[in-house]
Design a protein around this ligand. Structure first.
Ligand SMILES: [Mg+2]
Length: 265
C-alpha cells in the first residue's frame, strides 16, 4: 500500500494552507476521501499482519497429512463403507455380464487379483498402509509383514461379491482370465490361493515375467488383454481396483473397485 501520493497527518496541515477547491489540480475533498480510504486500508493490513504474526502459518500448499489420511482409510474399511462400495461396483458388473454373456461369441471377463479377487487386508492393516516387499510375515496381526512372504502363504480370502460374480459368469459360459501384477515365481502359490478361496475352473492366469518392470501396470496388462482377444475371446468386462488395470481398452466395459489403501501406477 502506497499512501505517499496522499497527505500524511503532519503534511495535511501544510495542505490546509492550499487554496480551497483544488490541490495539485484535483478537488481538495477528493484528496481527503482518498487519504481516508488509504488510511483505512493501511489499518486493515496492519491488523491482519499483527494477527497473523501470532498464528501458526497455514500450510496451504501442503498435501493432506499422511497420518490423517491413514486414519480415514482405516475408518473407511472398518465402518463397512468399503464393503458397501465394493459390492455396488460388483453388482453393476454382474448385471452387465448377465446382459452381455448370451450376445457375444466366446465371452470372457478379466479379473485383477489383489484387492479385486483376493483381499490382502491382514497384510495391509498389519503394515499400516506401508509396503514391505521383502521380509517375514510371521507376527500377524502385527507387522511388519513382507508382501512376497504373505502372498506365498496363499491364505488371502476371496471377496464374497467377486466370488459371486465369478460363479455367475461361469454359469453363463463366460471364460474368466486373471491378469495380475504378481510375478511368475508366485504362480504356484497364487493358483493355489485362487483355488482354495473358491475360484475354480478359470481359463487363464497371466503374471509378470520375473524381474520385469514397466512404468505402469497398464503396459503389460493391456497387451495381455489383447492376446486374449487374439485367441478369439470377446472381453465383455474388465474389473480391477486400479485405473492402470483398466487403461488401454481391449474390453467392452471397465469396472473400477474402490481402493484408497495403495496405488499401483
Ligand atoms: Mg489390484
Amino acid at each position: 500500500m502506497n499512501c505517499a501520493a496522499y497527505p500524511s497527518r503532519s503534511s495535511d496541515h501544510k495542505r490546509q494552507s492550499f487554496p480551497l477547491g483544488r490541490v495539485d489540480g484535483q478537488p481538495q475533498v477528493k484528496i481527503r476521501q482518498r487519504r481516508v480510504r488509504c488510511m483505512i486500508s493501511l489499518t486493515l493490513v496492519s491488523s491482519i499482519l499483527s494477527f497473523a504474526a501470532g498464528m501458526p502459518r497455514a500450510a496451504v500448499a501442503a498435501p493432506a497429512n499422511v497420518g490423517d489420511v491413514a486414519a480415514a482409510a482405516m475408518a473407511y474399511h472398518d465402518s463397512g463403507s468399503y464393503d458397501r462400495d465394493f459390492r455396488s461396483v460388483i453388482q453393476e458388473a454382474s448385471e452387465w455380464v448377465r446382459l452381455r454373456a448370451g450376445h457375444v461369441s466366446k465371452p470372457a471377463i478379466v479379473l485383477d487379483i489383489d484387492e479385486t479377487s483376493l483381499s490382502n487386508w491382514p497384510e495391509i492393516a498389519a503394515n499400516h498402509f506401508a509396503y514391505f516387499r521383502e521380509g517375514p510375515c510371521d507376527a500377524l496381526p502385527e507387522g511388519p509383514c513382507g508382501v512376497d512372504t504373505w502372498e506365498k502363504t496363499a491364505q488371502a480370502k476371496a471377496f464374497a461379491g467377486t466370488l459371486s460374480l465369478y460363479a455367475q459368469a461361469r454359469q453363463h459360459g463366460v471364460a474368466v482370465f486373471f491378469v495380475t501384477g504378481r510375478y511368475e515365481n508366485e504362480r504356484e502359490a497364487t493358483a493355489l490361493n485362487l483355488e482354495t478361496a473358491g475360484y475354480r475352473d478359470w481359463a487363464g492366469l497371466v503374471l509378470r515375467e520375473d524381474g520385469s518392470h514397466t512404468a505402469s501396470a497398464a503396459d503389460y496388462k493391456t497387451p495381455a488383454r489383447a492376446r486374449i482377444e487374439q485367441d478369439g475371446y470377446r472381453i465383455i468386462a474388465n474389473i480391477g481396483d486400479q485405473p492402470s488395470d483398466l487403461a488401454g481398452g481391449h474390453a467392452e466395459r471397465g469396472f473400477l473397485l474402490p481402493n484408497p489403501f495403495y496405488r499401483v501406477p
